[in-house]
Design a protein around this ligand. Structure first.
Ligand code: GLY
Length: 396
């Protein structure tokens, strides 16, 4: 019997397990392929400003809170694991391809300024001075200095190393059911695909988009069918190699709008350039399509034509864990023994430190910190409750 069992050992589950073990809890993680979900595909932009969209004010608050945690989290993890995480304070240059894209960029900048986020419009010449490889057709640009990046695969490897060092077992099995005291009652652990029950004082569900499959559901992706309404949102992403032999070099994350489509290029110190991503309401089929790869490359080379020369070394497709309101689910589920750390959608890497801190506070003190209130998973429990019907005989 463990104090905690964490189901799912991607960057979220592994971060939670690390923090729980640090406060003295015995922890086991269950995952058949740790880090092979959304963590494997993620580009690692820590981008609370340039990911902020209309309707995302509460999410942006969480993202900012977690962005503040990242430098300390990265330094502590790097030291504990004795490894380098690719953490860099490079900022983000956002470019607009044509006049319509410039209009879109300006509208988003207005929104972001209204949220108190630091971003400034820069001239095309200034953008070119920052990134000489920008293509000839650029209509506008914006500079966001405070955004960072990290290599999610390195972070995950470091987390597995510190978990092993702390005696946290990562059991490579799939969880097929929650163990319950009574049907629908308190959760007492998890049952794996070999029929073994892993009992725990608390079960943390951090299984990405698949979290919904372990909680009651009547099917479909609507909020009213499950208490954990995650859904897969497929992302295709490519990796190029601008290694030491290459003359190609970007100094920072370059994002852009190309005829209303969004694209990003994330250069790493080791020469890897991550280019993404599609965002599709599709299952996690893990298939890269010709159209998906073509669209990403077409838009990326419209902004940075020099990518043409680079070897294409990896094509990846994984599903993000979407939620109905784009906010994650972090905290008590409303069901004794079951805690949720899922639904991080486009911001799983960014939100890992905050999620781990909030879940640790919840498990230890019974409440998440006030700043995590917007992510309270019980907002969907309320949605599942009995619906009011219109009185009979009245107008619909
Ligand atoms: N955060 C970038 C993405 O989800 O594609």
């Amino acid at each position: 019997m463990n104090d905690a069992v964490v189901v799912g050992c991607g960057i979220i589950g592994a971060s939670v397990a690390w923090r729980l073990s640090q406060v003295g809890l015995s922890v086991t993680c269950l995952d058949p392929t740790p880090g092979d979900g959304a963590t494997f595909a993620a580009a690692g932009m820590l981008a609370p400003v340039t990911e902020a969209e209309f309707g995302d004010a509460e999410l942006t608050g969480l993202n900012l809170e977690s962005a503040r945690e990242w430098p300390g989290f990265a330094a502590e993890l790097a030291e504990a694991a004795g490894t380098e995480l690719g953490f860099g304070r490079t900022g983000t240059l956002t470019v607009a391809y044509d006049a319509g894209d410039r209009q879109e960029l300006r509208r988003l900048m207005e929104l972001r300024a209204g949220l108190g986020l630091a971003t400034e419009e820069v001239s095309v010449d200034a953008a070119r001075a920052m990134e000489p490889l920008l293509g000839p057709r650029i209509a506008g640009a914006a500079w966001t200095p405070d955004e960072h990046q990290v290599d999610p695969r390195r972070v995950h490897a470091a987390l597995l190393a510190v978990l092993a060092a702390r005696g946290v077992e990562v059991v490579r099995r799939r969880v097929v059911a929650l163990a319950e005291q009574s049907p629908g009652g308190p959760v007492t652990g998890a049952v794996d695909d070999q029929g073994t029950t892993h009992s725990a004082g608390v079960l943390v569900l951090a299984a990405g988009w698949a979290s919904r499959e372990l909680t009651p559901s009547s099917g479909g992706y609507g909020a009213a069918t499950t208490t954990t309404p995650t859904r897969p949102v497929k992302g295709q992403v490519l990796r190029l190699d601008a290694g030491p032999e290459s003359a190609f070099s970007l100094g920072r994350v370059v994002r852009g709008f190309v005829q209303s489509r969004q694209v990003y290029l994330v250069p790493r110190a080791d020469g890897e350039v991550v280019v993404g991503a599609t965002s599709e309401e599709q299952p996690d089929d893990r298939r890269v399509t010709a159209g998906g790869a073509f669209g990403i490359l077409r838009d990326a080379r419209a902004l940075v034509p020099g990518i043409d020369e680079l070897p294409l070394v990896e094509l990846t497709a994984r599903a993000r864990p979407g939620s109905p309101d784009n906010l994650p689910m972090i905290g008590g589920s409303g069901r004794p023994g079951l805690v949720l750390a899922t639904g991080h959608y486009r911001n799983g890497i960014l939100l890992a430190p905050l999620t781990a801190a909030a879940i640790t506070a919840y498990v230890r003190d019974g409440a998440v910190p006030a700043w995590a209130a917007a992510a309270d998973p019980r907002r969907f429990v309320r949605a599942v409750g009995p619906r009011r019907l219109a009185p009979t005989g009245g107008r619909p």
